[in-house]
Design a protein around this ligand. Structure first.
Ligand code: CO
Ligand code: CO
Length: 322
């Protein structure tokens, strides 16, 4: 197949400010001199047992890519797949969870499409807006910037433990809260504090998504393993080797661009590649703004923490113990 980027050459579509040429969290299309629309979609099978929570998480996750561009969601379309014999009460709980989350984001669900499928799936197609001068891309991080993550890590580990029937209910509860949380406040604060580059940490894990930023910014990201905050229960399950299949795939692919000082334990490697669902925003903040940004993130209830900094380099992730 001819690659899409050849069929749609960037030169022919100058209105596409962010598209296939330099893929980012979402596509951005310029409307006039000041405004652009953001478009993105995501959907997946249930990650938790409660249908309402699943709907809320899937919606928060789909909305997140708008926030990751520095934008504001306006409108969403439901994308639904479910087996014919699924209890309609379950389906309506999934949709209610999604609808209330979209409303919380200040956006509206304006339509949808459903198909029959053996395994239920839910998500959204989201349209948002951003001022053209305020788009925050993955590129733009500079040496000296401070790296902040707005949510704790480890949702892949906890949802895997849940599937295996070994997760403590309170650990699942904390993970659900984290995954359901909108990245809105983090995105707004990033705008206000001049964050230079950002993305949301999702399926490719911390290293995969961090690497995209580092490469596009042509810098190295230096992370301190001991600074990485984990959700409750994650460290224990990780030591037991409880990881989703996606962790190994991420590790196999991204390891080649990861440098460590040789002190990391096996489970710590796994955590660096743990696929996240509705993860936090990874922010590259100017050094002089990072302290105020972190304080405001925490004041707004985010589980934000500094996990490293940006240094000169060819586009790698460097992880040390501390
Ligand atoms: Co993203
Ligand atoms: Co996505």
């Amino acid at each position: 197949m001819r690659p899409l980027s050849e069929i749609y050459s960037g030169d022919e579509y100058p209105q596409v400010l962010v598209g296939l040429a330099e893929p980012d969290d979402a596509a951005v299309y310029q409307l006039d001199s000041g405004r652009a629309i953001i478009s993105t979609t995501d959907f997946f099978p249930p990650v938790v047992d409660d249908p309402y929570d699943f709907g809320a998480i899937a919606a928060a996750n789909a909305l997140s890519d708008v926030y990751a561009m520095g934008g504001r969601p306006l409108m969403a379309i439901n994308l639904v797949a479910y087996p014919d014999d699924l209890d309609k009460g379950i389906l309506s709980e999934i949709l209610r969870g999604g609808a209330e989350k979209v409303k919380e984001a200040g956006a509206v669900i304006a339509g949808g499409h459903s198909i029959t499928d053996a395994e239920p799936k839910y998500g959204l197609s989201v349209t948002g807006e951003v001022e053209t001068g305020k788009i925050i891309r993955k590129s733009g991080a500079r040496a000296g910037d401070v790296l902040i993550l707005s949510k704790r890590l480890g949702t892949g580990v906890i949802t895997t433990a849940l599937k295996r029937g070994i997760a403590a209910p309170e650990h699942v509860g904390e993970a659900v809260q984290s995954m359901s949380r909108l990245n809105r406040a983090a995105s707004e604060l990033a705008q206000r504090h001049g964050v230079r580059a950002m993305t949301d940490v999702t399926g490719f894990g911390l290293v995969g998504h961090g690497l995209e930023m580092a490469r596009l910014s042509q810098v190295n990201f230096r992370l301190a393993m001991e600074s990485i905050a984990l959700l409750p229960g994650v460290a224990e399950h990780a030591r037991e080797g409880v990881f989703p299949g996606g962790m190994e795939r991420n590790r196999e692919y991204y390891s080649q661009w990861l440098e460590t000082d040789g002190t990391l334990a096996e489970h710590e490697y796994g955590l660096l590649f743990d696929p996240q669902t509705s993860g936090g925003l990874l922010l590259a903040a100017p050094l002089e703004r990072a302290g105020a940004l972190l304080a405001e993130l925490v004041a707004q209830g985010e589980d934000a923490f500094v996990l490293g900094d940006v240094v000169a380099g060819p586009g790698k992730i460097v992880v040390t113990k501390s």
